[in-house]
Design a protein around this ligand. Structure first.
Ligand SMILES: Nc1ncnc2c1ncn2[C@@H]1O[C@H](COP(=O)(O)OP(=O)(O)OP(=O)(O)O)[C@@H](O)[C@H]1O
Ligand SMILES: [Zn+2]
Ligand SMILES: [Zn+2]
Length: 843
């Protein structure tokens, strides 16, 4: 193997392919598929990843350059992750380098630094052999000083040299040109490992004990230190700081002992453990209920066969899905394989972490975005070095560098946060399934409200890529019933003169809980704030006649627009349905609700949890702990309070307005509403006290609200699928959202129109273009271009096209090809085209 193909970290279309490099002999043992290397690229040194090894290159060997350095002791990427990056590139129309980088902690994004050393004389001779005559001696005092400085240090970074001699950059240049100094580049990671001073015995234990017996009396302090170290011998090396404080000596004393040769002071690497010093109560597996047992045995059977399989676990809230995960992970670990547990960022609460750490202790690594990049790096290394065999983490944990993966669990699989909104715009569910199929691992997608895509795939088992087996758990593990849900018609409240945001029944229910000292969770869905228009008298919401989604209010032009197809109308003054003037832009903030609560229920203790109160590190955790310790009566929040929480004394859940989720301009609005209501309702009455739920709404007849109140997932799915089918939305087709942006509007409009027409023409030529009516097994349709929901961002105008397609054709590459050709022909570097395959955020 003499040649390595390397993907180099240059984010440009033309460089997104492997380049050949020679493997020098000295590096041969270190270069593997997945190695991170420093390579010459142009006149720079760049970071890259080895994607394959070959005996020779097709390129003239004189033209290929050698790899300069290998950056890690062990390759940070495994061959299966490298394969996965190739798949991601195709599937999400992203660059392979972007895919590779998304798999690693940012700490490993190295950058080249320039270093200066003395050149060795042989290199200098070469210069004169070419017939150029120059002095090989320093010519000025400045040059002399620079040379002396470099000689003394051996090597210095160019930056350091410039700092030391701010006036002598010309001298440095001259010395480089005449070959007295040499420059080279080296990749340096942004983040270094953290070290601390530690003590270790420099002699054997016996020798140390011997020394203690004969220690000179006047060095009593040193003797104390040595005695302590001997006593603590099984725990060596000890941190210097710890020794200083425990023995109560100065660093000088310890140094003296080191000078005598009994101990050494060394730099020891320390791991940043975000959960350090925290005790997790160990837990034992619970005896499974019969429902749990069935699910458990089916999955274990698959796991034992070491065959890939995908399961969709549909279990109601509180059915004990987490306990099943724990026991299946146990089995996976017994097989000496590893497990990944994916949890939505927002549900990655300390409570969740506790459950996994409680069962598997230190073998659990945790990865989420609230960790510092140093902590993330260390958790990653814990996995990479085999010190952890379970990872619990958000989306990106799907790339955990395990080598014998047995299991990937995705909890709350319907959550939209599994889709990454930045490039690479991947969906962790698809990546998980792909990765598991490479590894022969089992995937469990768990939810009380599975996404329609997953549920439909499980029911029809029609798509070849994704055919989960459906497993159901319809009852709660503790045998208690799902809470009673009441829908409150807010139009009636208004009619009867109640203008407050609290209906009378909810008001009474809160009062009763305060009296009984039980707890309350109050959900306010603030997403979609002020973007849609609703009549408070009759519940009318302005919708697009074509696309069946809510129109978005644009204040500037005072009109309502559909951001799928571009339809626009004037914003109404009175309700077109009932003539009422109570038509307004909707949305209330959590802060206002908090004020209102204080007014209506004097003395109520409220914990508010939203983006404003949870920015600080650990605040999320602190607030939840306060609530669990019953330091508050009511937990008020956005979606954050809806998921994964398990508090025994919560007996009331209130939803201020269900409609704000329902009227998001998104074809998934009903699904999201149903999911949110079901999830939040599931927080009530989870243990011994019965629960009650109040949902306030201006459109109480909507099927998503009615079915959520009946905990009736199946009926919801039936109704929702009917709509999706009629309007050609997923799961009956797939979507690609193409967003184009530029600083100049006229140019952008022209380009966007060209994009749409090129795409249509090209699709038509292949016989793909057409309507997605129900008879078409294969079709592609293009909507737009229209202004994006955020029409201008960072001084750039934004337009978008929506591609709807169905069938086996490769629509993603077509969308990408047309984008690339357009970009080439426009030749304006300011034009950006972004492709989002299977978009989740359509607002
Ligand atoms: N076999 C069992 N025996 C006794 N208690 C159990 C058992 N399984 C689960 N539980 C308990 O039931 C409660 C609900 O279980 P768990 O949180 O695992 O449900 P879940 O399905 O993950 O819920 P959700 O989707 O609502 O978050 C927990 O308090 C859990 O400890
Ligand atoms: Zn009305
Ligand atoms: Zn429309």
């Amino acid at each position: 193997m003499d040649v390595a193909k390397v993907i180099v970290d240059v984010p440009s279309k033309d460089t997104d392919r492997p380049f050949d490099y020679l493997i020098p002999d000295r590096l041969r043992p270190w270069v593997e598929v997945g190695s991170r290397v420093g390579v010459p690229f142009g006149n720079r040194t760049m970071q890259g990843y080895v994607v394959s090894l070959h005996p020779r290159s097709d390129i003239d060997s004189a033209r290929i350059k050698p790899i300069q350095s290998v950056l890690d002791f062990a390759p940070p990427l495994s061959p299966d992750l490298v394969d996965l990056s190739v798949w991601m590139k195709e599937r999400y129309a992203c660059r392979q380098i972007t895919a590779l980088q998304s798999m690693l902690p940012t700490a490993l994004k190295g950058k080249a630094e320039r270093y200066i050393t003395l050149a060795d004389p042989s290199e200098r001779e070469q210069g004169s052999r070419e017939g150029v005559l120059f002095s090989v001696q320093p010519e000025t005092e400045g040059e002399q000083n620079v040379l002396a400085f470099v000689r003394q240090r051996g090597e210095v970074s160019l930056e350091q040299l410039n700092r030391a001699f701010p006036e002598e950059s010309a001298s440095v240049k001259a010395l480089l040109a005449r070959g007295l100094l040499r420059e080279y580049q080296q990749i340096k990671d942004k983040l270094s490992k953290k070290t601390m001073k530690a003590l270790e015995l420099a002699v054997s234990l016996e020798e140390a004990q011997e020394a203690l017996n004969n220690f000179p009396a006047k060095a009593q302090r040193q003797k104390d230190v040595l005695a302590y170290i001997v006593e603590m011998e099984p725990f060596l090396p000890l941190s210097l700081k710890e020794v200083l404080t425990t023995v109560g000596v100065t660093a000088g004393t310890v140094k003296g002992l080191a000078d005598k040769g009994y101990i050494v002071i060394e730099d020891m690497e320390v791991f940043r453990d975000p959960y350090k010093g925290r005790n997790f109560e160990p837990t034992e597996p619970l005896a499974l209920t019969s429902e749990q047992k069935q699910v458990y045995s089916r999955i274990i059977h698959q796991l034992d066969e070491r065959n890939h399989g995908v399961f969709l676990l549909h279990g109601v809230t509180g059915s004990g899905k987490t306990e099943i995960y724990l026991q299946i992970i146990q089995r996976c670990l017994e097989q000496e394989r590893e497990a990944v547990v994916l949890v939505p960022e927002i549900a990655l609460t300390p409570q969740m972490v506790e459950r996994f750490k409680g069962r598997f202790g230190d073998r659990v690594a945790v990865m989420h975005s609230r960790l510092s990049s140093g902590e993330r790096y260390d958790e990653w290394r814990k996995i990479h070095e085999g010190r952890a065999s379970v990872v619990v983490g958000a989306r990106s944990a799907v790339f955990a560098p395990f080598t014998s993966l047995g299991l990937i669990i995705m909890d709350e699989e319907h959550e939209t946060s599994y889709k990454q909104e930045e490039t690479p715009k991947y969906h962790a569910r698809d990546v998980a399934i792909r990765r598991a199929s490479q590894a022969g691992a089992v995937v469990i997608l768990g939810s009380a409200t599975p996404s329609l895509e997953s549920y439909h795939a499980a029911r029809s088992r029609s798509s070849s890529e994704f055919e989960p087996e459906l497993l159901e758990m319809p009852s709660r593990a503790l045998g208690n019933r799902l809470p009673e849900v009441r829908i409150i018609d807010m139009r009636e409240e208004l009619k009867e003169g109640n203008r407050s945001m609290f209906s009378r029944p909810l008001h009474e229910a809160i009062t009763a809980r305060l009296e009984r000292k039980e707890q309350i969770v109050l959900l306010l869905n603030r997403r979609g704030y002020s973007t849609f228009v609703m009549c408070r008298s009759c519940g009318y919401v302005a919708q697009c006649p074509e696309c069946d989604i809510s129109l978005t209010y644009h204040q500037k032009s005072n009109n309502l627009r559909c951001h799928y197809c571009g339809y626009a109308v004037q914003a109404p003054e009175v309700c077109p349905d009932c003539g009422s003037e109570h038509i307004r832009y909707f949305g209330t903030g959590t802060q206002r609700v908090e004020e209102e609560l204080a007014k209506l229920f004097p003395g109520i203790r409220v914990i508010r949890m939203d983006v404003d109160t949870t920015t600080e590190k650990g605040s999320h955790e602190k607030l939840l702990k306060q609530f669990r310790d019953k330091k508050a009566d009511l937990l008020l929040g956005t979606q954050m309070v809806a998921k994964g929480l398990d508090f025994p004394d919560v007996t009331l859940v209130g939803v201020i307005t269900a409609d704000s989720a329902l009227n998001l301009p998104d074809f998934r609005a009903a699904e999201k509403t149903f999911q949110l209501l079901t999830q939040v309702a599931g927080r009530a009455g989870r243990h011994h006290l019965p629960g009650e739920v109040f949902i306030q709404s201006y459109t109480p007849e909507h099927y998503s609200i009615i079915h959520a109140s009946g905990h009736d997932y199946l009926s919801f799915v039936k109704d929702e699928l009917k709509h999706r089918k009629a309007l050609h939305y997923p799961p009956y087709c797939r979507l690609i959202l193409v967003t184009l942006s530029h600083e100049q509007l006229p140019l952008l409009v022209r380009v966007a129109e060209n994009y749409a027409s090129d795409l249509k023409r090209r699709a038509d030529r292949r016989g793909w273009f057409g309507s997605l009516d129900r008879f078409a097994a294969e079709a592609l349709d293009v909507l737009g271009p229209v202004a994006s929901p955020i029409p201008r961002l960072k001084n750039r105008y934004r337009f978008q096209c929506m591609i709807k397609w169905r069938g086996d054709m490769d629509a993603v590459s077509l969308a990408r090809q047309v984008a690339e050709e357009l970009q080439d022909s426009v030749r304006d570097t300011k034009l950006q085209i972004s492709i989002d395959v299977d978009p989740q955020m359509l607002m």
